[in-house]
Design a protein around this ligand. Structure first.
Ligand code: ADP
Length: 400
């Protein structure tokens, strides 16, 4: 009798996109298809799907979808796909779980808890809860698993978690959490596969996408990370400020009567590369205009300068450095940016091989450099699929 592997659907809801993928469950989940809905909240919301061979089995366009209608749009499409009958579970990337860090099956109790803690991640959690609830409404029997993006950093040393504000706030969970944990966990697994000794050593991981952060890792464990209480902290990003002088809050409230909501919007959506360039949050756009647009050039320079500073500071936190890993949209695809970040870091033993760097090769450091510099394609979806398979024990399941 023909057997069909149970499949896992992974869902990764971002600010203007939902990425999804279907994997055959197993020790090494195999991707059947992946896709994304982008331009959510903008005209021309788009769903595109690719299979592992890079073919395009589907695409659809909606006039305009918000986050609620985008979830229904995705479900409408998925339900017409033959593979959907094999989907036995859904795994979600969930930005924050406070005390919850291990991947966990979604129950009414967990959902209530996520609602309760939305104030800790107001930019992300409401949308992610919305996606879980949309699946629950249409497919109440389909198990769902929440995979928390904070998990990788949960055992950071106390000193890296503390915020220097009055003690009473720490008791309420106001501390540094760190994010991009699914990506970091994947990168460390990959590094362990490529070079087991390096994964046990002193490593800096640089996840540089629209959202960007770095993590300092020793003996496979997060020692520090640039994002903090929220994902708005740390490095300058596409539209987020990263770390900011706290004195600005008072200044803007007094001079512009800026409200808390306006401040939240500015630091998350109007700042970063977009704010400095005045034109785009997209690094590729800015690089293309650098020669003719001084503000674009300044935004790119600020990004490279800040990444370099974080690398220096994490090398100090680690007491040295053996491996530097670049990942995500910018980290994986932008040789010139990697070169500019690493320029001047020779004193740390970071030297790039120009040719390999230009090719986005897996190992881009020069032979003479003490630090091995790598490019690893991150895969948060695969990490989610592995977690769901493990939590629900799907790897041992067969459908006849
Ligand atoms: P996120 O998942 O956080 O939305 P991505 O990891 O997709 O973001 O990264 C998006 C960023 O990567 C954008 O700033 C984009 O310009 C940048 N990027 C992608 N490809 C290139 C490239 N070839 N050169 C420079 N930047 C690139």
């Amino acid at each position: 009798m023909k057997t069909a592997m149970p499949c896992v659907l992974t869902v990764n809801g971002g600010s203007s996109s939902i990425r999804f993928a279907v994997y055959e469950a197993g020790d090494t989940p195999r991707r059947r298809l992946d896709g994304k809905i982008d331009r959510i909240g903008l005209s021309g919301t788009n769903l595109t799907v690719t299979d592992p061979a890079g073919k395009l089995p589907g695409s659809r366009r909606l006039a305009l979808a918000d986050h609620g209608t985008a979830a229904d749009f995705l479900l409408d499409w998925l339900e017409t796909q033959p593979v959907f009958a094999s989907v036995k579970a859904v795994g979600h990337r969930v930005v924050h779980g406070m005390k919850h860090s291990e991947p966990e099956r979604v129950t009414p109790k967990l959902l209530a808890e996520l609602h309760r803690i939305t104030v800790y991640a107001p930019e992300h959690l409401p949308r992610e809860i919305g996606l879980i609830e949309a699946f629950r409404r249409r497919h109440p029997k389909l198990p769902q698993v929440a995979c928390f993006d904070t998990a990788f950093h949960r055992n950071m040393p106390r000193v890296a978690k503390l915020l220097p504000i009055p003690r009473r706030y720490a008791a309420r969970g106001v501390e540094r959490y760190g994010f991009h944990g699914l990506s970091y966990a994947y990168l460390m697994e990959e590094l362990g596969r490529l070079d087991p000794a390096a994964a046990e050593g002193r490593v800096i991981l640089a996840h540089l996408g629209n959202g960007a952060s770095l993590a300092a890792v020793r003996h496979g464990k997060s020692v520090d990370t640039s994002m903090g209480f929220t994902p708005a902290a740390g490095l300058v990003m596409g539209t987020r400020t990263g770390d900011l002088d706290p004195g600005l809050v008072y200044y803007l409230a007094r001079t512009e009567r800026m409200t808390v909501a306006q401040f939240q919007k500015m630091v998350n959506h109007e700042s970063g590369l977009l704010g400095v360039s005045g034109t785009s949050s997209d690094l590729r756009d800015l690089c293309a205009r650098e020669a003719s647009d001084v503000r674009a050039a300044q935004a790119v320079e600020l990004f490279c300068y800040q990444v370099r500073k974080w690398i220096g500071s994490f090398a100090a936190a680690l007491g040295g450095l053996e491996t530097l890993v670049f990942a995500a949209g910018i980290g994986e695809n932008a040789p010139l940016i990697r070169e500019r970040i690493c320029d001047g870091l020779g004193f740390l033993g970071i030297e790039l091989n120009r040719k390999r760097n230009a090719r986005n090769a897996p190992l881009i450091s020069a032979r003479a450099g003490r630090v091995r510099v790598r490019v690893i394609r991150t895969d948060e979806e695969l990490m989610i699929a592995r977690s769901v398979t493990r939590v629900l024990n799907l790897g041992s399941m067969r459908e006849t």
